[in-house]
Design a protein around this ligand. Structure first.
Ligand SMILES: Nc1nc2c(c(=O)[nH]1)N[C@H]1C(S)=C(S)[C@@H](COP(=O)(O)OP(=O)(O)OC[C@H]3O[C@@H](n4cnc5c(=O)[nH]c(N)nc54)[C@H](O)[C@@H]3O)O[C@H]1N2
Ligand SMILES: Nc1nc2c(c(=O)[nH]1)N[C@H]1C(S)=C(S)[C@@H](COP(=O)(O)OP(=O)(O)OC[C@H]3O[C@@H](n4cnc5c(=O)[nH]c(N)nc54)[C@H](O)[C@@H]3O)O[C@H]1N2
Ligand code: SF4
Ligand SMILES: [Mo]
Length: 723
């Protein structure tokens, strides 16, 4: 008899999108523990979602066989079929849709990391087929920021936490169980003497630890940045050499900023003038300072301006690509990049021109990125640089409109991979109508999400402990890691990579999908380093090219002017204001007297996931609506009572949670709630119709960022009342 031993495998967690290196312990083909490495600093990198990931992967909710809908869509009746049957039928139906309506009638939705780490195969397939209509959760999170940052100085930077003397968190609130590595990096920087500035309407856990806390009115971050610039320019706190040598449009910016004196900014943001001045000075006078990327400004009416203003603050204070500032990693030229595998050059211009939303909200579409081709070629030797997978996207809300029959042409086939699409954007009702109006809906998932419940085919996906992954941070940082498979996937679960290769071969692109396994492709991607995937995994923790500061001194910035564009030539050419501005979104009124924001991530769950994992769900069984005690009293509601939050788009239920650290007049609605244990099918959608915040997120023009078409999740008028 052989005694089985515990095997330890190095992996990169994909249960959220921050990628902690973890150790997976398995025995007899089952994961017994997910833990940490023992080296500092990564010994501290783990949260309760990572530690309990395997409980979710072995849950009774896990889908392990391909399913085909029986009867009407959303009717909650399924039959198990083989992969062969599923893929044959999907290819057939997709061909029919493409023959009838053209390749642009296929839209694909994917997610942050867990499935967008497909080595570019999704885009490769679409580019070969001829569809530009790819959307992703990154449109509201990092992908869009990456595109806007590229317009301003060519790259999307990563904060130099290790060397910084000041950290600014715009809303962003990393905690022990939310983006754990960033939490530890901020704490370590503080320990080394860095100042912390927090901009947040709530007294968040980071606000509690901050040197300066600015209690801002939701959705007004762009105005606050304009106020800071006002102080920095007026008091000449900017880096004059850098501004002279490396920026364009300073005088124009100065004139614009003069329109935002502190009195006006204080009125818009609700923050005291002197506090704004103090914070601006702390930031600008620090020996070095970083503004780590924040999703909070990715999701506002003024997102393009807010993101650009953060870029401009970094530039004016000399903190771009400098020690302790925000570092432009640039491409890792030692590996074959996803950009090279995506084949964007093969999508004909005529098809690029059809990208949904590009006419009205072009920033992250092919049209918006066109002027960056030449600069990218100049600096990196390639025209297409798809940072964070967020450059060259279609606009989600335009895509859903087209799916619902309200677009310039029909979209009739929808493939969603690792993305709970129905609940992950704005206007859930529209997305529902769009999905119901399709000739083909395919969902690649772990569990029966509300999105999967509306599919024709649900394909069982593998998980990060069950596959090898080439982890390249989607180009954000230049380090790469290999995540190794600890166990075999259960049942017939397969990867997104396999799905695209299989579909590609069936749709006539055999020569472009020659790989028999994903490892074969990894060998190719590592070829320049002279190492195989197997050897890399066995011998290396990561590959990180040595980083230099101020690389732009050699190459210039990858923008049309080669400089930091304070006034954006690209935005001007696209017909937008080339300078950052602030426009107010609709404010509370007599009918909707309170102001809501969605977010404040929950320790137990990543986005819409994990509600099926008992150890996590028991800690946090129902959605909580935060309100200040004074507002709760005025409404006559007590802690733990059910309330409705309602706005013109719809209403959702939640449990009242009275919180002293909330500002008066503001309501917090959590993101991503449904109850996997409750009734499935289109009428119920496992309680999503009752509790999903995506019913309150509005895609009306007054609530979207004009340049990008993304929704304002921070600061929508609403009312709250007892159920
Ligand atoms: N209304 C609203 N919309 C939002 C936000 C908000 O606050 N409000 N937040 C935005 C933000 S910040 C982000 S990052 C995005 C997040 O968007 P996503 O990253 O797409 O997250 P989810 O919508 O939770 O969907 C992820 C799905 O992937 C499945 N999954 C997990 N791992 C795998 C895998 O390995 N393979 C497969 N096939 N499936 C897998 C999970 O079961 C889950 O259903 O959403 C954005 N959308
Ligand atoms: N446990 C857990 N961790 C996660 C996630 C998760 O789902 N669960 N999701 C991950 C992902 S994809 C993301 S994008 C991040 C998001 O994480 P964070 O960036 O930390 O975002 P939130 O937790 O939604 O909100 C952070 C703070 O923003 C404040 N805020 C709300 N509106 C505004 C505003 O208009 N302006 C400003 N300045 N502040 C505002 C809120 O009060 C809150 O304290 O978390 C990541 N970490
Ligand atoms: S923070 Fe948690 S869920 Fe996210 S990668 Fe790290 S361990 Fe995984
Ligand atoms: Mo996110």
């Amino acid at each position: 008899m052989t005694v089985s031993e515990t095997k330890k495998t190095n992996a990169v967690c994909a249960s959220c999108d921050i990628g902690c290196p973890l150790v997976v312990e398995s025995k007899d083909g089952e994961v017994v523990k997910i833990g940490t490495h023992d080296k500092a600093p990564i010994k501290d990198y783990i949260c309760m979602k990572g530690a309990n990931a395997h409980v979710g992967f072995t849950s009774e909710h896990r889908i392990t066989k391909p399913l085909k809908r029986v009867g009407e869509r959303g009717g909650d009746s399924w039959e198990e079929i083989s992969w062969e049957q599923a893929m044959t039928e999907i290819a057939e139906k997709l061909s029919q849709v493409v023959d009838k309506h053209g390749p642009e009638s296929l839209a694909v939705a994917t997610s942050q990391w867990n499935t967008s780490n497909d080595n570019g195969m999704g885009r490769r397939f679409m580019n070969l087929l001829g569809s530009p209509n790819w959307i992703s959760g990154v449109a509201l999170c990092a992908g869009n920021t990456a595109a806007v940052n590229r317009m301003t100085y060519g790259w999307f930077p990563y904060a130099d936490f290790k060397n910084t003397k000041c950290v600014v968190l715009f809303g962003h609130n990393p905690r022990k169980h939310s983006w754990t590595p960033i939490y530890h990096k901020v704490r370590a920087a503080q320990k080394e003497g860095a100042k912390l500035i927090v901009v947040d309407p709530r007294r968040s856990s980071n606000a509690d630890l901050a040197d300066v806390w600015l209690p801002i009115k939701p959705g007004t971050d762009a105005a606050l940045c304009l106020g800071w610039l006002n102080v920095i320019i007026e008091e000449e706190l900017y880096d004059k050499d850098f501004v002279r040598d490396w920026t364009v449009g300073f005088d124009e910016l100065k004139a614009r900023v003069a329109e935002y004196p502190l009195s006006r900014v204080a009125e818009i943001t609700g923050v005291d003038e002197e506090l704004i001045r103090e914070a601006a000075r702390v930031y600008a006078e620090a020996e070095s300072a970083c503004i780590p990327w924040t999703p909070i400004t990715d999701q506002q009416r003024n997102s393009t301006s807010a993101i650009r203003l953060q870029c401009i603050l970094r530039a004016l204070t000399g903190n771009v690509d400098s020690k302790g500032g925000d570092i432009l990693h640039g491409l890792n030229q030692d590996i074959m990049l996803e950009d090279d595998l995506e084949l964007h050059h093969m999508l004909p211009q005529q098809q690029k021109d059809k990208q949904l939303g590009a006419d009205k909200h072009p920033v992250f579409t092919y049209r918006g990125m066109e002027a960056l081709k030449e600069p990218a070629k100049r600096v990196w030797g390639r025209e297409y640089v798809n940072l964070l997978t967020g450059c060259f996207m279609a606009v989600p809300y335009s895509t859903f409109r087209a799916m619902a029959g309200q677009g310039p042409y029909p979209v009739k086939a929808f493939i969603s991979l690792g993305n709970n699409s129905l609940m992950g954007y704005s206007n859930m009702k529209l997305i529902y109508d769009g999905m119901m109006n399709q000739d083909l809906v395919v969902v690649h998932e772990h569990i029966m999400t509300p999105t999967a419940q509306l599919a024709d085919y649900v394909l069982p996906g593998d998980s990060w402990v069950e596959r090898n992954t080439f982890y390249d941070s989607l180009g954000w940082v230049s380090a790469i890691m290999m995540s190794n498979k600890a166990i075999e996937p259960p049942g017939e679960c397969r990867s997104v990579f396999d799905f695209w290769c299989d579909l590609g071969r069936r749709m006539g692109f055999e020569e472009y999908f020659p790989w028999q396994s994903v490892e074969e492709l990894y060998d190719l991607r590592l070829e320049k380093l002279g190492i195989s995937f197997e050897e890399f995994s066995r011998t290396k923790a990561m590959n990180a090219p040595k980083l230099a500061y101020k690389k732009y001194e050699q190459t210039g910035f990858a923008t049309p002017s080669g400089k930091v564009e304070l006034e954006s030539s690209i935005l001007a050419d696209l017909g937008f204001d080339p300078l950052p501005y602030y426009i107010e979104a609709p404010q509370p009124d007599a009918d909707y007297p309170l102001m809501m924001f969605t977010g404040v991530r929950e320790d137990e769950f990543f986005q819409t996931g994990q509600r099926h994992i008992p150890v996590l769900r028991n800690r946090n069984p129902e959605p909580k609506i935060f309100l200040h005690p004074q507002d709760a009293e005025a409404l006559g509601v007590e802690d733990n009572e059910w309330v409705y939050v309602e706005n013109p788009a719809g209403k959702v239920k939640g449990l009242m949670a009275i919180r002293e650290n909330m500002p008066a007049g503001v309501v917090r609605v959590p993101h991503g709630w449904w109850r996997p244990e409750t009734q499935q099918g289109k009428e119920h959608l496992s309680s999503a119709w009752e509790i999903s915040d995506a019913q309150l997120t509005i895609d009306d023009v007054a609530f979207i960022d004009p340049e990008q078409g993304i929704p304002h999740l921070r600061g929508m008028p609403c009312k709250v009342y007892k159920v």
